[in-house]
Write a protein that binds this ligand. Structure first.
Ligand code: VG1
Ligand code: CO
Length: 543
């Protein structure tokens, strides 16, 4: 075993963001960079000696090389056992499941999620703890603290480990088990959903397109949808994971999944469309001719989950991230379910799930999940939709129309301003922050501001408090806007502006989001002084 001494240099002060540590691939490839993050993680959890881990990634450029480094480091740090996905592949929810099923101490997901892949694109590492969920803030803080003092890492000098065949081997005193990435995950899905019903749906001619976006869900979706559930071959497209995701962003939204969107809006659209992201934890749902916003999807799933066997006993409660629309709150209110609002990032759902306070969770960024794992889960959401469609025998459009007639519609859109100079983004945020106390009661761009604050989260389970989780503005007539800076970007700052307007059950639900949200948006443009700070008011991406 070798102890490599390093100069702290480039690594000092790196802190995991919303979802692990995310950087340009070339940064991760700098000698000692990945190594320091991994060593800092081991140090932060009290060492790796005698412990067990799961390791897998979304197959992006540098995935396999990174896994080799991590295996050699785990061995040098005295780990007892590591479970690795065959070929180095595991989706984020599959890692979460394996950590729980095999009761390991933790696991690593190698992914920058929806960010593009390649030597000139992005790479990332997420560390999950023994409940299967993302490291909570206390641990990410400890990892950060370690990076302040780290001056060496441990690595075994040995030949590369063969990841291509399933089975168990050992390196030094550490056992390495290569597992099929899909098997355990597919078994979990079969327990939650009525596979016979879904099989019958497909057998009856129901058509679907699943866009795996050249990312990790390809093998999962092919095996479960086409293999187990009998959907025709070709149902899953872009099904082979590639190192650069076919040159696109593996981000399941109408912009990046345009191929799927175009098909779903055409005359020859299948009944149902879906897509997932790089690491398989997000989902996009589309019906024939109709896009379902992630916030609406969470609400529809909450209202109908009982139709699936895994949720037949009902839900304990529903949690959503703060910027996610209040559509799921409307469902919770009517059904008498507990309802929670957390900061952005899945790690904040972990305590609520562990304590049995909620069953379903969701984020506006296309993440939905339940207490079956401790991550958001793209394919799970798709299967729950399929189970609901099979039970209700209605189209996606009819289900949405019914839903809005019952609960009202929360028009919603997120506007992203990417690669903004960090100072400009900070100045814009600070400008609003400084005025928070003075905004309520004023009328801006013709709209009355009824409240404004900066969101702090008080965890009801462990009492911890997380400050600075986004600026909130409320408007007369149940309108809302949220402003926050992304914690997953790798270039400058990304400003996210979340717009929402409620329309009660009896209102018109046929407006386009742009029209329904115009008043709120105009008010935000004025309140933020966006033109002055950013030199533009048009976002790069609207989802
Ligand atoms: C984004 C999303 C957030 C999500 C996070 C990780 O974070 O907004 O909802 O949890 O990505 O998703 P941010 O800080 O850029 O807004 V992924 O699929 O990494 O695991
Ligand atoms: Co993801």
């Amino acid at each position: 075993m070798t102890i490599q001494t390093i100069s702290k240099g480039p690594f000092e002060g790196q802190k995991p963001g919303t979802s692990g540590l995310r950087k340009k691939t070339r940064v991760f490839m700098e000698p000692g960079y990945l190594e320091c993050f991994v060593q800092a993680t081991f140090n932060a959890i009290g060492g790796a000696a005698g412990k067990s881990f799961v390791i897998g990634g979304d197959g992006r450029y540098f995935n396999r090389e990174a896994i080799q480094i991590m295996l050699k480091m785990a061995a040098a740090n005295g780990a007892a056992r590591v479970i690795v996905g065959q070929g180095g592949l595991l989706s984020t929810p599959a890692v979460s499941n394996l950590i729980r099923q095999r009761q390991t101490d933790g696991g690593f997901v190698l992914s920058a999620s929806h960010n593009p892949g390649g030597i000139d694109a992005d790479f990332g590492v997420k560390y999950n703890v023994s409940n299967g969920g993302p490291a909570p803030e206390a641990i990410t803080q400890a990892m950060f603290d370690q990076t302040q003092t780290i001056d060496s890492y441990r690595i075994l000098e040995t030949a590369d480990i063969d990841l291509s065949t399933c089975g168990t081997s050992s390196v030094d005193d550490m056992q390495i088990e290569i597992v099929d990435p899909v098997t355990d995950y597919a078994a979990l899905m079969a327990k939650l959903f009525d596979f016979d019903k879904i099989r019958a749906l497909f057998a009856g001619g129901f058509t679907m397109r699943f866009d795996a976006m050249h990312a990790v869900t390809g093998p999962y979706a092919t095996s479960i949808l086409e293999g187990v559930l009998g959907a025709p071959a070709g149902t899953v497209i872009n099904a082979v994971p590639s190192e650069d995701f076919g040159g696109g962003h593996p981000d399941p939204n109408p912009v990046w999944a345009k191929e799927l969107m175009d098909e779903m809006m055409s005359d020859t659209a299948p009944d149902f469309g879906a897509a997932s992201d790089g690491d398989g934890d997000r989902n996009m749902i589309v019906g024939r001719g109709v896009y379902v916003t992630p916030s609406d999807s969470l609400a529809v799933l909450a209202a109908n989950a009982q139709l699936a066997p895994g949720y037949a006993r009902g839900l304990a409660g529903v949690a959503r991230s703060m910027p996610t629309s209040a559509a799921s709150d409307k469902v919770a209110e009517r059904l008498g379910l507990a309802c929670f609002e957390t900061p952005t990032g899945w790690k904040f759902f972990g305590n609520l799930l562990d304590a049995g306070k909620v069953t379903l969770c969701g984020e506006e960024s296309a993440g939905t999940g339940s207490d079956h794992v401790r991550e958001k889960d793209g394919l799970w959401a798709v299967l729950l939709w399929l189970n609901i469609l099979a039970e209700r025998g209605q189209s996606v459009a009819d289900i949405l129309t019914d839903h809005w007639a019952t609960y009202g519609r929360n028009y919603y859109s997120r506007h992203d301003y990417e690669a903004v100079p960090t100072e400009a983004a900070n100045a814009l945020m600070q400008g609003v922050r400084d005025r928070l106390g003075a905004l309520a009661g004023t009328t801006i761009a013709g709209l009355e501001v009824t409240g404004a604050d900066e969101f702090s989260y008080h965890d009801p389970v462990d009492g911890s408090v997380s400050h600075n989780q986004g600026l909130r503005l409320w408007f007369a007539g149940e309108g809302r806007a949220v402003l926050r800076l992304s914690g997953t970007g790798t270039e400058g700052a990304t400003l996210r502006v979340y717009l929402e307007q409620y329309a009660p059950p009896e209102a018109d639900h046929g407006l386009t989001p742009d029209v329904a949200l115009r008043a709120v948006r105009d008010a935000v443009v004025e309140i933020t002084g966006m033109q002055a700070h950013l030199g533009r008011i048009e976002p790069d991406v609207k989802t």
